[in-house]
Every structure is written in structure tokens, then in C-alpha cells.
Design a protein around this ligand. Structure first.
Ligand SMILES: [Zn+2]
Length: 71
């Protein structure tokens, strides 16, 4: 009984690892950028890992504009 549960958890964990790895490959291939696509300022390594393509300032402006347009 317990072995079956352990195995299914292991399979799920392996599938999750695969999904995360695939996502990270897709992000690094298509989106991640060292420099902001709006103003050309460098993007922090943390934001790059999250797939950001805007610097923090442009991201804030983008989100502010997004809120305006949604009204
Ligand atoms: Zn920017």
C-alpha cells in the first residue's frame, strides 16, 4: 500500500521537475533578457530568472498603464 503511494508521489515529482525544466528552457529561450526592452536598462539577475523583459521602472509603468486601461 505505502509503496504504491510512494511510487505515485515520485512519479508526480518527476513530472513536475520535467515541467519546471521545460518551462525554464522556454523562458530562457524566448523571454529572458539582460536588458529592458523598453529603455535598455540592465535587468537584475533575479528578474531575468523570472523571465522579465522589462526593468523594474518600466514594469511599474506598464502595470500602472494596465490598470488605467482596464477601467
Ligand atoms: Zn526599462
Amino acid at each position: 500500500m505505502c509503496d504504491e503511494i510512494d511510487t505515485s508521489v515520485e512519479i508526480q515529482a518527476a513530472q513536475l521537475d520535467d515541467a519546471i525544466a521545460a518551462h525554464q528552457r522556454a523562458v530562457s529561450a524566448s523571454q529572458a533578457s539582460e536588458f529592458c526592452t523598453e529603455c535598455g536598462e540592465p535587468i537584475s539577475p533575479l528578474r531575468q530568472r523570472l523571465g522579465a523583459h522589462l526593468c523594474i521602472d518600466c514594469q511599474h509603468e506598464f502595470e500602472a498603464a494596465d490598470r488605467l486601461y482596464r477601467r
